[in-house]
Design a protein around this ligand. Structure first.
Ligand code: ATP
Ligand code: MG
Length: 438
């Protein structure tokens, strides 16, 4: 077990709705904390507001009862919807705001990149801010000088280095802030959503830098809405919802559960008016539906349920050679399968007259794993040309079924979850042979 770098104990933060607190900047609080290696962040005085019924409803718990321990060198991703409390958590850990309840122990120097605007002094130049931040982190002048050129070139602000940062664009400001946070070698790197502000090349460099920090044994806390970034960078993920921890564990698993709740399920879609329906002058979609075999779109589909995917569409031109092609995606964005009507007996390879058609694709039970699946529809002409394409035309959930668990209570890994024929044979009975020999 590595040493604990961050220990959060029952952290809670209540805000008055509509009231913006005046934040201290990272600079203020880190300077005040001087260079102590172990800091305890907690509310030292004052009663928690909002307990009385008269004030109820005006207060919001931005964070409630959040506890975790993070070992040195762990890279933690924090995910969740807008307003879930992610930034609040990071602000408490980097001492920009105090918790209303609970406390956090932080062991080591913290380099934080939170919202743009925190961390730098607007009147000072880029050069002065770099030096100041280094000093706050407890670095010697020579150390800062050694890093200086790297920081400036990483941020790409060479021409503006002697300009006050209040004249920087948002992007320049964020790039410099990230460069400072990442290059000054804090023990704990805290980054909130920086990837949103840069171009693709800068995002890639940020990810590389955070990966370096994580690999060189630094502790990383990273908030992002980019699940691919979280998954590739982090060794662990926490999902916050309404200020509370919903899940804490391996990134792939936590992300998959989180994404499953973000897509709203869409088991049926009808476009009664052909003129308003998706499509073009060759084909118009009329209806899309997924339902259990012999059931309704509102009925549950479990890993064991055979189900159908059905489309109705208008063919607008005589003698068209059409076929549908379905891509079924899972939550990880993997195409689990592509279905085409090669086994269809009547209309395959026959020209379609104008009119309304219905295609029904039968999917056996015990094929898909549990989770949310999305269907992309392609309408293909002459077996080669895609004439219409619709992403996420249907979104449906395959539930786990108790009877399919067989005593195993964690999620089965894999894109599919087939029930396969299997034999086990007892070939040699050791005990009997031993008795005979003895
Ligand atoms: N200074 C503040 N004053 C009042 N309410 C606040 C303040 N800061 C945050 N809140 C509220 O606390 C809740 C959590 O906000 P927070 O910024 O932590 O969410 P988040 O998870 O970072 O969201 P996002 O993904 O949008 O960045 C929200 O309801 C927000 O409106
Ligand atoms: Mg935020």
């Amino acid at each position: 077990m590595p040493d604990v770098a961050v220990r959060a104990v029952e952290l809670g933060k209540i805000y008055r709705i509509g009231e913006r607190q005046s934040y201290q900047t990272v600079r203020d609080v880190v300077a005040a904390a001087a260079r102590s290696r172990l800091r305890r962040l907690s509310r030292r005085s004052g009663a928690a507001p909002g307990a009385g019924p008269s004030t109820r409803g005006e207060w919001v718990w931005a964070l409630e009862d959040v506890s975790f321990e993070l070992g040195e060198g762990e890279a933690l991703g924090i995910i969740g919807r807008n307003g879930a409390g992610k930034s609040t958590l990071l602000k408490i850990l980097s001492r920009i705001t105090e918790p209303t309840k609970g406390f956090a122990d932080i062991s080591g120097r913290v380099g934080a990149l939170l919202e743009v605007g925190t961390g730098f002094h607007p009147e000072l130049t880029g050069r002065e801010n770099i030096t100041l931040n280094g000093a706050i982190l407890g670095m010697r002048r020579a150390e800062i000088d050694r890093k200086f050129d790297d920081i400036v070139s990483f941020a790409g602000v060479e021409r503006f280095i002697d300009t006050p940062v209040k004249r920087y664009s948002t992007g320049m400001h964020a790039r410099l802030a990230f460069a400072v946070a990442a290059h000054l070698e804090p023990d704990i790197l805290i980054v909130d959503e920086v990837l949103a502000v840069g171009d693709a090349a800068f995002q890639k460099r940020c990810m590389g830098k955070m990966g370096d920090a994580a690999r060189s044994g630094r502790t990383v806390l990273f908030v992002s809405h980019n699940m691919a970034a979280i998954e590739s960078l982090c060794s662990r993920a926490i999902w916050l919802e309404g200020g509370r921890t919903v899940a804490d564990g391996a990134p792939a698993e936590v992300i998959s559960r989180y994404l499953g709740t973000c897509l709203s399920v869409l088991n049926e879609h009808v476009w009664p008016e052909p003129e308003l329906a998706p499509g073009n002058e060759r084909v118009r979609i009329r209806r899309a539906q997924v339902r259990p075999e012999g059931g309704d779109p509102s009925d549950q589909i479990t890993v064991a349920t055979p189900f159908v995917i059905e489309f109705e569409y208008w063919n607008m031109r005589a003698d068209a050679h059409l076929n549908l092609s379905l891509h079924v995606y899972n939550e990880q964005g993997v195409i689990v399968f592509n279905a085409v009507p090669t086994e269809e007996a009547v209309w395959q390879r026959r020209p379609f007259p104008r009119g309304l058609f219905r295609d029904t694709c039968h999917v056996p039970g015990h094929l898909l794993n549990d989770g949310v699946h999305r269907i992309e529809l392609l309408v293909v002409e002459d077996l080669s040309r895609v004439i219409h394409r619709m992403e996420d035309v249907l979104v449906f959930e395959v539930r786990d079924a108790d009877e399919s668990r067989d005593g195993w209570y964690e999620r089965r890994v894999g894109a599919v979850r087939p029930r396969l024929a299997w034999e086990t044979e007892h070939l040699i009975a050791v005990d009997a042979a031993a008795r005979r020999d003895g």
